[in-house]
Design a protein around this ligand. Structure first.
Ligand code: SF4
Ligand code: SF4
Length: 432
């Protein structure tokens, strides 16, 4: 696609990256077939190609974004299915990230929306505040049918619907845990923000599994959210602050000479960690440390192999439908690994139709765009339930919550099933 940026505009690093991405687009439209928002409604402005045009025009003219353009950018899930499909290698990820931060800086949203976005940015990445918000949500749960009637497809109804029925307990502190088999390495495990509050069983299962496979599991004190949640909202400066803060907390671990992996059990966080090098590439104080952390970032599916799961397998059985999170299959291009691990563990694993389509979770998307998110969630759940599974397995807490709302079977993390299949307890939700 021809671009018309001035030399001064191209001197700005983010614009340079965006211009390169836009120029690679050859208008072929292949991406439209796998874009969830285009698949739902067929509106070109809600397709990757349409959004590229809108963003190009906005950036070239240095225009104040219009409400119409913002609506189409906001409707993008950042699922990155388009980057998997695109034959030209368009870097849509960094383009839409740039567009979101441009909108954040120059567009004044309606007051209520500004407050809601600020409240989400202050609450979700903070475990303590998020825990309190969920307790309030659990109290409001009995009002859910009334809020749904009065605020059909509204954000308040979506927030209440996403809260668990029972108030969650305070997240357990993360404690270092040594290998219980001959030691083969160490893992610095990201503590996460939403995950330990919503499903503390994920961390517990992952630690047991890794210890059993010979890994020391370590945690960094004072670590914060990886920054993905605020980054997806266009709050780039805040996302960079989260990254710098974490890099400071990991400095000793990164510098002590022994190599190891930085593990994120939520693939949305893993995808963000792998971006640290790019995000801080122009920061002379942090660039090298950020690049090293990004290079060490791993998903569970990259850390352990089917052979070692097979070697430690105990008899378990369940029909498992595997849901590949977008942040894993599109964001990190990890496609077969988790499924192969589950198969090696002895489960009967199947993959749903339209596996490439997002479930509608996407950070704060299922709050900010509840109508589209609900349609995607229902569609994903229907495809999963057509497999008649006993349990759905995924690698991302956001997907687990979103699918759990719509599916009629328990949803667990892949690590919980692997832990069970190698001698750990069965996931609590499967015992009832
Ligand atoms: S598939 Fe790639 S090159 Fe084709 S229209 Fe979409 S973004 Fe452009
Ligand atoms: S990131 Fe997802 S929703 Fe956004 S344009 Fe690409 S495919 Fe569509």
């Amino acid at each position: 696609m021809k671009t018309d940026f001035t030399a001064a505009q191209l001197a700005e690093p983010a614009t340079k990256v965006s211009a390169q991405a836009i120029r690679k687009c050859v208008h072929c439209g292949f991406c439209t077939a796998t874009c969830p928002t285009y698949v739902l409604d067929g509106d070109e402005c809600d397709s990757p190609r349409g959004r590229i045009y809108l963003i190009k025009d906005m950036l070239e003219r240095q225009a104040v974004p219009t409400a119409d353009v913002v609506r189409h950018i906001d409707r993008c899930l950042s699922c990155l299915a388009c980057t998997t499909t695109c034959p030209s290698g368009v870097d849509y990820r960094h383009l839409v990230d740039h567009a979101r931060s441009y909108v954040q800086e120059r567009y004044r949203r309606p007051r209520l929306e500004r407050w809601l976005r600020l409240a989400l940015a202050r609450t979700l990445p903070d475990r303590r505040r998020f825990g309190w918000a969920l307790r309030l949500g659990a109290l409001a749960k009995p009002l859910a049918p009334r809020t749904r009637r009065r605020h059909r497809q509204g954000r308040l109804a979506a927030m209440i619907a996403l809260a668990p029925r029972a108030a969650p307990a305070a997240a357990a502190p993360a404690v270092d845990s040594p290998a219980t088999a001959p030691r083969r390495g160490r893992v610095l495990m990201l503590q996460g923000c939403a995950e330990p509050v919503l499903m503390p069983s994920i961390r517990a299962a992952t630690v047991r599994l890794l210890n059993r496979l010979g890994f020391d599991v370590e945690f960094a004190s004072g670590e914060r959210c990886c920054g993905a949640l605020v980054h997806h909202m266009g709050r780039e400066a805040e996302a960079l602050e989260h990254a710098r803060h974490n890099l400071d907390r990991w400095a000793e671990w990164l510098a002590d000479g022994e190599s190891g992996a930085i593990l994120a059990t939520a693939s949305g966080c893993g995808s963000q960690l792998k971006e640290y090098g790019f995000l801080l590439r122009n920061d002379p104080r942090y660039a090298a440390r950020a690049a090293r952390a990004a290079a060490l970032a791993r998903d569970l599916g990259e850390l352990i192999t089917p052979a070692e799961i097979r070697a430690r397998r105990v008899p378990v059985a369940a029909r498992v439908a595997y849901h590949a999170a977008c942040s894993l299959q599109h964001g990190q291009k990890i496609i077969a690994g988790p499924r192969q691990l589950l198969e090696a563990a002895g489960f009967e694993v199947s993959v749903p139709a339209e596996a490439h389509l997002c479930c509608g979770s996407a950070g704060t998307y299922n709050i900010m765009q509840p109508a589209i998110a609900a349609r995607l969630g229902e569609r994903k759940a229907a495809n999963l339930m057509a497999l008649e599974p006993q349990v759905v397995a995924t690698g991302n807490i956001g997907c687990a919550v979103q699918i759990g709302r719509h599916a009629g079977v328990p949803v667990v993390h892949v690590a919980e099933l692997l832990d069970w299949a190698t001698g750990g307890p069965a996931p609590a939700v499967l015992k009832t």
